[in-house]
Design a protein around this ligand. Sequence first.
Ligand code: NAD
Ligand code: DAU
Length: 350
Amino acid sequence: MGIKSILITGGAGFIGSHVVRLFVEKYPNYHIYNLDALTYAGNLENLKDIESRTNYTFIKGDITDESFIKALFETHRFESVIHLAAESHVDRSIKDPLAFVRTNVFGTMILLNAFKASWKDDYSNKLFYHISTDEVYGSLGDTGLFTERTSYDPNSPYSASKASSDHFVRAYGETYGLPYVITNCSNNYGQNQFPEKLIPLFINNILNSKPLPVYGDGNYTRDWLYVKDHAIAIDLVFHKGKNSETYNIGGFNEWKNIDLVKLLCQQMDAKLGRSKGSSDALITYVKDRPGHDLRYAIDASKIKDELGWVPTVTFEEGLIKTIDWYLSNEQWLDHVTSGTYQSYYQKQYS
Ligand code: NAD
Ligand code: DAU
């Protein structure tokens, strides 16, 4: 069997870097091309350990640059695309929605067109794998779960842009026969996550004894999944998922924000040798996020029953692993939180 050429977009980001590492290490017969624009969220330090592998190439580039992307596909003839590149932070989408349309909608279109043009509708053994989010389904009340049949009902500019890109991928499948799969995953956490998202932000703030800004009353619920379990699910869907299907991925692990924050405070106090309750004192209730979705929770029974995937890491274990990683990688934190991040932080939390 020859070498298979796979494009992973957004591979220098949080989830993308775990996916790139897994594929590069597990599949010597694949050549992994990691295309990333290295925005504030992209960091090649995430992939230092595999950067000299012979089956790995990093390409710096923007998915919205049409002529560049077209030429790239003509040169490399990627057999498959795993598309993770996106603007991913809800709060930023509220401040600058157009940036989300540009990358998440327009960028996805550019990739779809380039993939289509490079195979000229002859798609045997080809796949466009689009990575999406549970946020496209909107908000749940106190009960119920998102299934693959739940109607889309996005509430933030971020989730609206992801929903739009999902629709375009599906439309290219229906209209042009482009082979695709989509997965909609719940909240990820783990090492290398940019400290603007809840868990790494709060780890960083506890470390620096800064306030922990809990939005609204803190009774919002998310379903948390350890990032390496997401990468394992992506590997499985890539190889075994059915054409034109959607799979929901979740942690079977719902937490109210305030309960999660209290657990994190407890674990951080123990790790840092601080007295019990000292991090709880940093909890500060702040103005709510506009349009804040009350609850997300995934019914992941389709991927479990059809492909045999279940999460392998419990939340308590995963959180400890995550804390340990951030505590031993303070230099990584310093690098990503210097410079422009400071002005974002001022604007968001002032
Ligand atoms: P991230 O913000 O950490 O990383 C995004 C990456 O995309 C960065 O490396 C960035 O440089 C790159 N990028 C951004 N714009 C680009 C452009 N125009 N061209 C090329 N590269 C560009 O995001 P993440 O949390 O790793 O999320 C990855 C994907 O998974 C996204 O599509 C997101 O919607 C989805 N997702 C995330 C979560 C989560 O909890 N983080 C959950 C479900 C789905
Ligand atoms: O559900 C999947 C989604 O999870 C992904 O598609 C997104 O890319 C990812 O960012 C994440 O979105 P959330 O908005 O759920 O994640 P975030 O970490 O920003 O917030 C988690 C919860 O914590 C949410 O209810 C808002 C709250 N929060 C967040 C921050 C940053 C706070 O209370 N204070 C904060 O400072």
